[in-house]
Design a protein around this ligand. Structure first.
Ligand SMILES: [Zn+2]
Ligand SMILES: [Zn+2]
Length: 378
């Protein structure tokens, strides 16, 4: 089959003779890929491997032992091609998405149900697989991902999606699940207001999930006008922090429903200014949730910013299967409008053009795009 394989930094190759995955385990599901999104994490791996780093060593990935090259892509939808004999919730022809995490329970599968591996890490044991000590994803090192004609994973990670959800929107369920997890973790309730800092793909996804979950008001703060316009088109109240300089946080607080700050805030940007604002622009007892992944450097945190009004600062990582279920429910019920979700898609290209028109385009013209999808059928 055709696919995009990762060999190392700046070395992603379009290959046409990759073996088609087949069911080899009774729990396997093989999908014919419809669409796969390119994500900021993929771009980062293109520049410098982080998730793929273990697959580049002799031991291979910590969950699966797989080694490079591997097919990229972890945001994808498809049509079920083949299922193993244990799989009851899916059949050939169903539309589905893959929740792509790999954690302790997957390692047991990869090592042929080796019971010596049953000692799960504490996170997995507590039910937080998304913070597994060896967490990785298919398409980022655990196994081959979705930038190919077919993909395979264990059925516990494969979720059925109603056929009324278009398959291109299906490929957005992964990034929407990232923010769904953060919003659930923050304790957000319908009727509350929220502040989103940064209007990149994750910030805009947060806006859509907050609206779908009944936010009374969502303010998106973003200095880049092209991104601010995208947020406004999706129904956000927008704010340009550059206009107010040092007074930006005070001005932002006035936009909360009672002019005293927001119940919840989501930092989808990851710089000192947005981190500090995410806490300072809250009302008393508000929750600031960091969704951004930072480079390895520390920033200032003034502890009185949380103490004096008993605020909470929390960080959110990835997602769990229940977040995929939550997003699918929002789409199937119409609370998250299909047309609104579709507005996040700013380009569609074939697999062979994925590097030039996907990766390079996103690196060079980041602000112009929200989400570029790649399809083997284009
Ligand atoms: Zn991603
Ligand atoms: Zn674990």
């Amino acid at each position: 089959m055709n696919g995009l394989q990762y060999y190392g930094a700046h070395d992603i190759r379009y290959n046409t003779s990759i073996p088609i995955p087949k069911v080899t385990d009774p729990n396997d599901v093989v999908l014919k890929v419809a669409y796969c999104g390119i994500c900021g994490t993929d771009l980062h791996e293109f520049e410098e491997p982080i998730f793929f780093a273990n697959a580049a060593t002799d031991q291979g990935d910590k969950i699966s032992g797989k080694k490079l090259p591997l097919v990229l892509g972890h945001e994808f939808s498809g049509i079920v091609e083949e299922v193993g004999s244990n799989v009851k919730h899916l059949k050939r022809g169903d539309h589905a998405v893959i929740e792509t995490t790999g954690h302790c329970s997957d390692r047991i599968n990869y090592y042929k149900y080796n019971t010596e591996l049953e000692n799960e890490c504490q996170s997995c044991e507590l039910g937080f697989e998304n913070t597994c000590k060896d967490l990785n994803f298919i398409g980022l090192g655990v196994d081959n991902g979705g930038l190919a004609q077919y993909a395979k994973y264990s059925s516990q990670h494969v979720l059925k999606v109603d056929k009324k959800i278009p398959l291109d929107v299906g490929a957005l369920i992964e990034p929407l699940s990232v923010v769904h997890h953060a919003i659930e973790l923050s304790g957000f309730k319908a009727g509350e207001d929220a502040l989103v800092l940064g209007a990149g793909p994750i910030g805009l996804a947060a806006l859509l999930i907050l609206q779908a979950k009944g936010a009374s008001k969502v303010v998106v703060s973003e200095p880049a006008s092209i991104r601010r316009d995208q947020a406004a088109k999706l129904g956000a109240d927008v704010f340009n922090p550059a206009e107010f300089g040092n007074l930006a946080t005070e001005e932002l607080k006035k936009l909360g429903s009672r002019k005293q700050g927001f119940a919840k805030s989501f930092d989808c940007s990851g710089i000192q200014a947005t981190y500090s604002t995410s806490i300072q622009a809250l009302r008393a007892h508000g929750v600031a949730c960091n969704v951004a992944i930072w480079p390895h450097k520390s920033v200032a945190h003034f502890v009185m910013d949380v103490t004096l009004e008993e605020k909470t600062s929390v960080g959110s990582l990835g997602y769990q299967t229940k977040d995929f279920e939550g997003v699918i429910e929002l789409l199937e019920s119409g609370k998250l409008e299909i047309e609104k979700a579709k507005a996040l898609i700013t380009g569609k290209h074939g697999l062979r053009d994925a590097v030039e028109k996907g990766f390079k385009e996103l690196i060079e013209h980041k602000d112009k795009h929200i989400k570029i999808l790649i399809s083997p059928d284009l």
